[in-house]
Design a protein. Sequence first.
Lengths: 322, 320, 271
Amino acid sequence: MTAPLLAVQGLTKHFPIAGGQVKAVDGVSFDVAAGETLALVGESGCGKSTTGRMLLRLTEPTAGSIVFGGVDLLGLGRSDLRRRRRELQIVFQDPYASLSPRNRVEDIIAEPLDVHGLCATREERRNRVIELLRLVGLDAIHLRRHPFEFSGGQRQRIAIARALAPQPRLIVADEPVSALDVSVQAQVVNLMQDLQEKFGLAYVFISHDLAVVRHIAHRVAVMYLGRLVEIASTETLFSAPHHPYTQALLSAAPVPDPERRRSRIVLTGDVPSPASVPGGCHFHPRCPLAQPVCRDTVPALRDVGGGHRAACHFAKPFPIPI
Amino acid sequence: MSLLEVNDLRVHLFTDRGVIKAVDGVSFAVEAGRSLGIVGESGCGKTMTALSLMRLIPQPPARIVSGSIRFDGEDVATMAPDRLRALRGNRIAMIYQDPMTSLNPVFTVGEQIAEAVRLHRRDGRTAAWARAVEVLRLVGIPDPDRVARSYPHQLSGGMRQRAVIGIALACDPKLLIADEPTTALDVTIQAQILELLRRLQGELGTGIILITHDLGVIADLVDDVIVMYAGKLVEHAPVRQLFAAPRHPYTNGLLRSVPSLETRERRLQTIDGTVPPAHAMPNGCRFNPRCTLVQDICHAQEPPLNDVGGGTQAACWALV
Amino acid sequence: MNIPISKLTAIGAGLSLLLILLAAFSPWIAPLDPLDQSFIAANQGPTVEHWFGTDSFGRDVLSRVLFGGRVSLAIGILAPVLSALAGVWAGMLAGYLGGWTDRLLSRASDLLMSFPTLLLGVMIAAALGPSFQSAVIAIAVALFPRFVRLSRSATQVVRREPFIDASIAAGRGTVSILFHHILPNIAGPLVVALSLWIATAIRLEAALSFLGLGAQPPTPSWGNMIRDGMSDLVGDPWPAAFAGAAITVSVLAFNMVGDALRDLLDPETGL
């Protein structure tokens, strides 16, 4: 068995606040194989964005390990980390704020090339940028323009071109299509898949949109209040989720089919704040299956068959109600 | 007589770069107790349409240049200001996308609901407060007394949106306009709010106009749907009909570009190209640069809205 | 080309430029020697020979205003520029790095700011002995915390934008990010502030030399011309009046430049 491209173990991030701390991410572990897409899904406060940022050390973890291509990223000094940054890139959610407004497209995309000295001459740099623009469906005429001249979808393409510039092996995509119109989302999702096929890219795809995740991900990890509650192949997760939260999430997602106004598992209560997490299983106050043991003991992420893992004392397959 | 009848509404935006026809000849009706969904992508004019219904569009730079908006027989577009004030928040109410900015952070939730009540009814402070608590209970907030005395920042997103719905319903409006009411909410909270809206519609018989880009939400809640593109109404159908047999090529393209929760497709279908910039719309049918069914006439003349069978109306030359 | 500034602000900008040129070329423009005294010509109003009249020593007021402008504008421009060079850099570090760097720099600049500006200027100028240089230092120190504050908060806003994270992810180092990304994005409001504080500095210089702490006589500066003119305001108001008018016009002009720059530098509507 080949070693995974990315192996995350016990990743944790605590933010100190007045009177305690916020456990934004609390001991998360997962692997990503080369060329595969792992989706991180969950609602606000679950820690998926923070996890994504920690993979690139944009936020420094409080504890845990991140092993990428066999190298422990957390043990790297500044210049070694800079070198490694070539291989791990990120695309952000907001296409309007993720491109520097004062620079031209050419300079924005070429930034990783400049920083790592990957192009010897201006001409080589320009050609490489044109090549990247074409890869994302844009053109050489866009080189000298500024971001404000482009639509949201086009800006996201520019952001993707920038991420591709240093030829990374893995891209963290933090809600990359959430801010785009539906028809534009489809274009960008297709683009990302094409690029994955072409370059063997791995993606950590962070999203709250389960339908998009179903389409693009090979495996899915569900997070709730800083912890990983279920991880499985996409097919398995969507057809037979084992964790009650996953099931509620799947059943809550509105489906564009009026014939399917199905009765849902509507969770009562609100998503609690990460500043005051319940003891034991984080989900127990809202869980329809909760028992006393759930309040006292944290359920471990255990194997329920074929690499499918769920963190629930009562994990069993739940078919989605029709 | 319909509760709301919009006829050939045209709203133009007057900018330095020219006139933008934000809403260009939109007509529809909403019956009492029924719900209409207005769906479209950014720039299609759905929010402008919604804002026009209570003449809330920013004038300048926008202006209702023609058309009528008859609510309960009276034309909102030409109504006197004091009649309009009596209408807003009272007989028609609106809720917006972001509950945090819809609520005033320095007043308690109860005070904000009571304010709406006192504004339109001659209730005293005590009666208005009692109504506020009652409304909070109506929108499914547990412990409404305590919540009424809370400030917005003390409540979660879902609770805030319920409070916002509460303010809108405080005076028992006949029509509720909801502009992307669940877009800013988490999926599990969204499910709660949609269920609330469904229940309220059943219990109170309020007409609802729901504006959203989310086709799943539309499928879940409304009776009829209109689809807008670049300021134009391109399709109008009962909800089941729209999803089962979309007629306009844009509606078709839109429905097919949404990934399915049930199965994984090889590749998502897309609509070629992008929405043209507002000040540079093509001649004829605005969708013609991106349409798979395009013909010569599409470049020359705008298609009218026609009955195309099954209860659907669509504006497309290829369907005539 | 569509230049998005109003006529008024264009006038102000032009005026400032004119003033600077007049001051700079005063040795060649001034009709007479500003130090040339004449007992007979003293205390005269505007005449053909002396357009702005003469002061109590018979010196030509017009020439003194021009030469005084040289001093006043030099200090008024130099001090804020020096202050900005130090203050913007300190503010960027504080805003970007946060933590102890921020705490230290912020406390220090808060301390400086708690002194009334004029008082601070007076204290420093008095301590260093009155001169052109001490006026520059005094004003620069007084303005320093303001630049720190402005650039710190502007930096913090830009720091939060995802494109900065994208740059870090691309591998750019901290100093490089500060110069390449932060500085251009905070430059707009800073340049506007700079021109507004030049206006302030001109007034401060006038106040300092009025108190005798700036350029020393017989070298004219607008402030000390007012000081000299104070004693004989009824009989010979001309030196004080014209020097005062010069200060007012300069301050106004630089304020307008500030407005013009703000419009010009907006990336979407400006250049």
